[in-house]
Design a protein. Structure first.
Length: 330
């Protein structure tokens, strides 16, 4: 319903939430050495932000700006449900002569007939008739409208699905399992913070005006599949991964975050502008379904990726864990 430039604001807001959460996790771990206490405070901050967003959503919907565009969309929908008025005209014969003929005598019948012939014919214009269409279209019309939209934005749908599918395969599941003996538990926190910050930057870059073709977007989004083997080599083989230095996962997370922010926002922004105004809401809903499909499939595949790293961090012996596992007399 809103202009397409506001879609970029929505996508940037998602990344802003990720940045705030990452910063809160860093501060709680720095200020509170107790792992249990810092985790509780972290979740309380997250719940408070969710509640604040819920309240702000209700307030924003009541602003004049949002109501203007929502009412505008409702008026368009109501106008589409009413067909064009049909102006018709008919030629009628006056009933005056017939009424007079029924009451008049036989002697005046010829006189009345001539009078009707002279002035008894007239043209009557009917009042326009509005035919109200049903507000519930049948299944065939619904599928046909969706087919028209899919035929235009199919490449953008696949692009956003592939982008978030690849991202969810690795983040946060596999990234949270990357460990290093030097940095310890700080490495996964740092990696996720780098991803959220770079994802925020990527979604800001999506505001730069550039007309992408759908096929080019799909190709660039598919090329991000290279991050999957790169991150796997950060945890495999277990105990001695190929990219064992902590700088490698941070660099990969930086690149993946920027590309995720950019290629996850551009298809959503451009798709609604490719269809007629009456189909923009349907195009937005279709892109949202594609977005959720990528998230769902990526989360399912992430369980398999997690199995590759589930034992990787056990091979690194941290001093604090080692000392706590020893008997007191030792």
């Amino acid at each position: 319903m809103l202009p397409k430039r506001y879609t970029q604001g929505v996508m940037t807001g998602e990344s802003t939430a990720g940045v705030v959460i990452s910063l809160s996790r860093i501060f709680t771990k720095l200020l509170l050495p107790d792992e249990k206490g810092s985790t509780i405070i972290f979740f309380l901050i997250s719940i408070s932000l969710e509640f604040m967003c819920f309240i702000l959503h209700l307030l924003v919907r009541r602003t004049h700006f949002v109501q203007y565009y929502t009412n505008k969309a409702l008026v368009k929908n109501s106008c589409r449900n009413v067909s064009e008025p049909s102006f018709r005209y008919k030629v009628h014969h006056s009933t005056y002569g017939e009424d007079e003929n029924t009451c008049a005598s036989t002697e005046n019948s010829m006189e009345l007939q001539s009078d009707v012939t002279a002035r008894g014919t007239y043209i009557r214009f009917d009042v326009p008739e509005f035919k109200v269409k049903s507000s519930w279209p049948n299944f065939r019309d619904m599928m046909f409208h969706r087919y028209l939209v899919l035929r235009v934005i199919w490449a953008y749908m696949l692009s956003i699905s592939v982008t978030y599918f690849i991202t969810l395969c690795l983040f946060p599941g596999l990234e949270s399992e990357i460990r290093n003996c030097t940095m310890g538990e700080w490495l996964p926190i740092l990696i996720m913070a780098v991803f959220n910050l770079s994802d925020f930057v990527g979604k800001i870059l999506a505001a730069v005006p550039y007309e992408w073709r759908g096929i080019n977007l799909l190709i660039c989004s598919s090329m991000r599949v290279v991050f999957i083997p790169l991150f796997i080599m950060c945890v495999y083989p277990s105990g001695n991964p190929t990219f064992s230095h902590p700088a490698w996962p941070c660099i990969f997370s930086l690149l993946m975050g920027i590309t995720n922010g950019y290629f996850g926002s551009v298809p959503m922004i451009l798709a609604s502008g490719l269809v007629v105004p009456e189909q923009r809401e349907l195009a937005g809903n279709t892109m949202t379904v594609s977005y959720m499909t990528g998230l769902t499939l990526g989360s399912a595949v992430a369980y398999f990726a997690y199995s590759l790293a589930s034992t990787g961090h056990n091979t690194c012996l941290y001093p604090e864990i080692y000392n706590s596992s020893l008997p007191p007399q030792l």
